[in-house]
Design a protein around this ligand. Sequence first.
Ligand code: NAD
Length: 495
Amino acid sequence: MSKYKLPNKPFEYQNFINGEYINSLSNEIFERKSPAHGNLIGTYQLSNKQDTEQAISVAKKAFKSNYWSDMAGSDREKIIRKAASIIRERAHELALIETLESGKPISQSLDEMEWAAGIWDYAATLARHIAGDVNTNLGKDMTVMLQKVPIGVVAMITPWNFPLLIISQKLPIALAAGCTAVIKPSEMTPGTTLLLGGILKEAGLPDGVVNILAGYGDPVGMTLSESNNVDMITFTGSTDVGKHIMRAASGNLKKVALELGGKNPQIIFPDANIDALIDAVVFGVYFNMGECCNSGSRIIIHEDVVEEFQEKVVAHSKKVKLGDPLDPSVKFGAIINKMQLDKIKKYVDSGTAQGAKLLLGGNQITINNGNYFEPTIFTDVKPEMEIACEEIFGPVLSILTFKTRKEAIEIANSTPFGLSAGVWTKDLDTAMIMTREIDAGTVWVNNWMSGNPEIPFGGFKQSGIGRELGPGAIDEFMETKSVMIKTEVSNGSWV
Ligand code: NAD
């Protein structure tokens, strides 16, 4: 029997402002029910515009006082690294909350805690490597120092699909840079991000440096995007909301970093070993129930091998264990909410209506009182169909075919997105040409969804602006100041 259980009573969360857990100014709360069970599992503060402005002013004051940014990088490192170790110590508790709020399998939530902690470790190392540069190549009397300075107050808005992991792609790096932060997690999965406040306090973070509010896009996210006291906003979520944030951020021209949606192609050439790739394809599309920006939801396969592929992908998909996500053996849990379930159904109807052939699934299923949908596969999909070019964010695979490499590239690049892509081939020339031609921030060759804190991640086209992770991630949260020093005033005169 699983040791992970529904709580006897809902967890009660507060906002984390200036180092303390407090209620919202109105004392109003909102609730979350487990999408896998229907039970009430959490209550959160319903923050309003005033709560948000208060959090911003605390972060601004903390930044202006310089106590965080003036610390030696090695001292910031210790605090960030300690946070990593507390995340690991509390991994089971945090993972349970993520599964209860999101419906994702508990084994996957546990893996995500380790990935998140790994990024905190990596960011801790980066904190010691901020050094700027010096240029003495401009003549003997000129020395230029390129100083790296933190950008200021960073607002962070995150989605529901990987709550602690996504905030961990932003917050520790911004902290390593010396920034302060105001964070708004998704209203559907705020629990672990709110607990991060206490974790950071325990790790030794000074009060006011990180402030976390629960609430909705309107008003909390909008107030953060519009505020003249926020210097940068980093957002992960849908392309539509990303565009909205970019417009709202224009008031004070704050820096904007966006990690948005995807409709990621996996291109399979006829020389690829289908048996070897089938598990990666099934993982790529059903991981997190397809609610993943990196979902490999578009298979573009050579027509000579499509029949073999279809047969094997259907057989393998049937083996995915679906059920209560609190069961550690389950790989496929519940869909986040009824609205998302309806959106998936709408796309399945559209696929059928536009002439695609349903090979597997296509139906909602009843388990507990939750929102579940079957793994679903369409074939005979054409590039112009909605299921081929729009982000469904559910467990729906579309299979398209090609005859020539040129055609495969055209189909791969035919959506407004450019987040990630995969190429399956044994031929080096084909692999190299495809990696050059595909418009995507990440291209995987003979693998899918590998990632490391050391490797930058982000999107081309409408999948985003900027890159997270990698050694350059810290520069996203810093300004460069050119300090030009003349050692001898020349005899020359302008007038
Ligand atoms: P969403 O855009 O609906 O919401 C994301 C966040 O924005 C939430 O916290 C929400 O409350 C807030 N928000 C909503 N309206 C707002 C507004 N007007 N102003 C400011 N904030 C607002 O996205 P979602 O449904 O939570 O997440 C799914 C989307 O996220 C998908 O499109 C997925 O591809 C994308 N995503 C991208 C990445 C990536 O790294 N590229 C990673 C994960 C998810």
